[in-house]
Design a protein around this ligand. Structure first.
Ligand code: G3P
Length: 217
């Protein structure tokens, strides 16, 4: 399973990259706004900065348009920033149409705001590189987000769809473990959730004892 970080914060991206386990970055308009990125030039520059930190990894950059022609125009501009850019497109009618266009024109896509298996099938049919089910937001609405990952994984395997399942809206370390178990190809996580995987009280207790005993060596 690949690890992406779900943020537009350059310091956090650098920290995850320095860990040596980072495969890419996902952003969205909310995450970009949180970093105070405003205006087309600043947005394009910020994606460039992210690509530079990540090196080989994929960087999802989301379109802000919702009609076919504008999604295409915007997506082409984003894809031109760097070969690692993946154009993030919402799961709407014009979005599906645009994903098919991008697929036919060798531009990679991430279909976002996916909350059902039906939407995931449509994204795969259109040739999306990644499909992003928002598991935390599904949990918030009293459904089981991880169950959706497992369902999509089963459907894609039976049908031979090549689209990679990118579990998004991850809220904690257990989500990451459960998504790995359910067959996600990628988890995109806040830095805290990635670092949460490190934690176990028995590791801390065990290390303290080893260091204490090491003094007797
Ligand atoms: O990038 C999309 C997704 O990961 C958003 O997460 O926490 O806002 O539901 P969240």
């Amino acid at each position: 399973m690949k690890f992406f970080i779900d943020t537009a914060n350059l310091a956090q991206i650098q920290e995850a990259h320095d860990l040596g386990i980072l495969d890419g970055v996902t952003t969205n308009p909310s995450l970009m706004a949180k970093e105070g990125i405003k205006g087309e030039a600043a947005i394009l520059q910020h994606y460039k900065d992210i690509c530079e930190i990540v090196g080989e990894g994929d960087v999802s950059a989301e379109v802000l348009s919702t009609d076919f022609a504008s999604i295409i125009e915007e997506g082409k501009k984003l894809a031109a920033i760097d070969s690692n850019i993946v154009v993030k497109v919402p799961m709407i009618k014009d979005g599906v149409k645009a994903i098919k266009w991008f697929t036919d024109n060798n531009i990679r896509t991430n279909c976002t705001l996916v909350f059902s298996a039906g939407q995931a099938i449509l994204a795969a049919k259109a040739g999306a590189t990644y499909v992003s089910p928002f598991i935390g937001r599904i949990d918030d609405s009293s459904w089981d987000g991880v169950e959706l990952i497992a369902q999509i994984a089963q459907i894609y395997s039976i049908q031979g769809f090549k689209t990679e399942i990118l579990a998004a809206s991850i809220r904690n370390a257990l989500h990451i473990v459960k998504c790995a178990e359910a067959g996600a190809d990628v988890c995109t996580c806040p830095l805290d959730s990635i670092l949460g995987l490190l934690k176990h009280p028995l590791t801390d207790i065990g290390l303290a004892k080893f260091l204490e005993d090491a003094k007797k060596m």
